[in-house]
Design a protein around this ligand. Structure first.
Ligand code: HEM
Length: 147
């Protein structure tokens, strides 16, 4: 039997969940900061984003929120992340892009949470992002293998 909290150890998921709750009122700013950070780190990524960037920021933050809420329910979370990863292939996203997006996310959290972004909170978010990114990338690879 697979326990339902196998995906991440509970202390980590609790830290990510409580810091996301603190971020919720700042979600609109968060999207803007995220893309500013991302395009500062790698301006070439701008060409991948064809739609409205404000709305894209909202979608990103909403999806992070959905993943954060499902952290303790891997059987529900995994298919959502796998499908998201496979859709990203169609957006032109490649494995190499995930590191820079992770870095932009950590910088965004740092700027948004200020001194509440302690070492412990940072470590928990990095673990969370690794889980999300590796699941998305693995599903994307399977799609490529099947082609
Ligand atoms: C934590 C990882 C990520 C999450 C939660 C996430 C979330 C999302 C969401 C919710 C959408 C809206 C469309 C959909 O649901 O299919 C989207 C679109 C998109 N994402 Fe991501 N994403 C992630 C990683 C990345 C990475 C690594 C890149 C690479 C630069 C990227 C680039 C894009 C692009 C180009 C679009 C389409 C934008 C457009 O149509 O203008 N995402 N993402």
């Amino acid at each position: 039997m697979t326990p339902d909290n196998e995906t991440m150890q509970s202390p980590t998921s609790r830290i990510v969940q409580s810091s996301f709750a603190e971020l919720a009122p700042l979600a609109p700013q968060m999207g803007r900061i995220f893309y500013a950070e991302l395009f500062a780190l790698d301006p070439t990524l701008r060409t991948l984003f064809v739609g409205n960037i404000e709305r894209q920021g909202d979608k990103l933050v909403q999806m992070i929120g959905a993943a954060v809420n499902l952290l303790d329910q891997p059987r529900r979370l995994m298919p959502v992340l796998r499908q998201l990863g496979q859709r990203h292939v169609g957006y032109g996203v490649r494995r190499s892009h995930y590191d820079v997006v992770g870095l932009a996310l950590v910088r965004t959290l740092e700027l948004t949470l200020g001194n509440r972004f302690t070492d412990e909170v940072r470590a928990a978010w990095i673990k969370f992002y690794r889980l999300v990114a590796t699941t998305m990338m693995a599903a994307a690879d399977e799609l490529a293998d099947a082609a």
